[in-house]
Ligand binder design. Sequence first.
Ligand SMILES: [Zn+2]
Length: 484
Amino acid sequence: MTMRGEKKSEAGGKAGAGPLFSVTGNPFVDSGLAAMCSLLNVDHPGKVTRAAIEKKIPWLVDVYCHENWTRVFQGMIFPNSKLGNPSIRNRKAEYRKLLDGLLDSLSPPHSSGSCVACGRRDGQRVDKTMVPLLGSQPMANFFAAWSTGEPFCANCLLAVQFMPLAIEKIGRMQLGYRRSRPMHRRALLMHTVSWEILLAYAKRNTTEALRIAAAKEPGIVDMGYKAGATLNAIFSALTEIVQDPDVQVMPLDRLIVPLRFYTFSSDGRNPILEFYDIPSAVVDYLIAVQRSGLASQWDRVVAKGFVVRKEEDPNEAPYIRENQVYRRIVEDRSILRYFFEDRQRMTVIGSWELVSLYLRRLRNMDEERIQTIKDVADRILEICKAENSLKLIQILDRAKYLGQFRTVLLRMHKLTVAKKGQPLLTFDELVDAILPDERQWSEVRDLLLFRIYEAGASWLSDFLKKEEDVEGDIEELVETMEVE
Ligand SMILES: [Zn+2]
């Protein structure tokens, strides 16, 4: 089965020698192609035939002419088009005529052409009634410097007509929320060089669009996310994509690519275009979590990243405010703190397996260093158990700066030497694994603590049940340690 890049039978530039559709690199066209493929149940645009599309056209006309869709077309996707313009009387007939015209104009690829999407056929200038965000002289818009529109060929225009099935709606932010985040409703669309991922996203949305249309509630797919929580909508989609059975069996080199999610509104008065980049490492990590059977652990870590305010329903939080775990991983910042369930009670979420996966895939840490940190944490736990004391662990947890962290390690080291006659860690382990970069000392501290809390869970919980709060002593200990 070849999924990517159909044979370039059109090479050489002879007209009539290639498939009607192929991936172009234009986000609107490619999303439309992916929607077409999922609707027709084929795995590549090269397999889409004119006859197969023609059969779907009556359904498309019927569904798109429902007022739920026409409102979305007018306000967000194709303003003043045959579908959107409220003054058009016989909308179904007009739209059918438009689609039939495109169908009749379909042509095989040539060696070149003026179409800005495929570059393989000549196009006619169209504006945003046919392709979102294209300029129309008097209106504020994004492309086509003061001219009306851009040239698109019939094949690409027909694909764009299917695009709305592959996208989802991000709702208007409710009043009362901070305005630092986008407020207006918009459409969310994904684009990437991985056809497989593009198709999986389109399939997810098209399946939902078909479901709601069959339930007599046609309209743009709306998962309930508001403009302030776009990143959550993106990760929700990604989670579903990595769970897609077709994606799960796919070789990784087809999947691990950066993704770009666009949010746009082609509204005449207030056009919007923004994008969110998802690094390939994040895609790699999410796939690895899924394939290692660690998804439920990961869900619990993510759940810690939702900020719920007192007056709010916790079930609503994911739909209105960005998850901090997601925000941090797309910005390449540490999320280790979210692996702790309760630092006072010394409990963690998930296993070392998940943490080491995170370190390898998202923090670029090598296996040897991860293993050394784990070993050192295990030795610390062992010595604390032998001492029958939590104090050193508690001091480690409270270390506020590098000096304190170093001091507590030294203290542990002396104790290990005294008790066991061997060092806590070697010089190489210190400089290669524990403090290769002093700026990251707190992340290493959290890793040591995570492993101690994970491996020592039952001992720690028994100990904490018996012990009174020892915070006073700890402060004293930290004081005394600093003058050592
Ligand atoms: Zn084209």
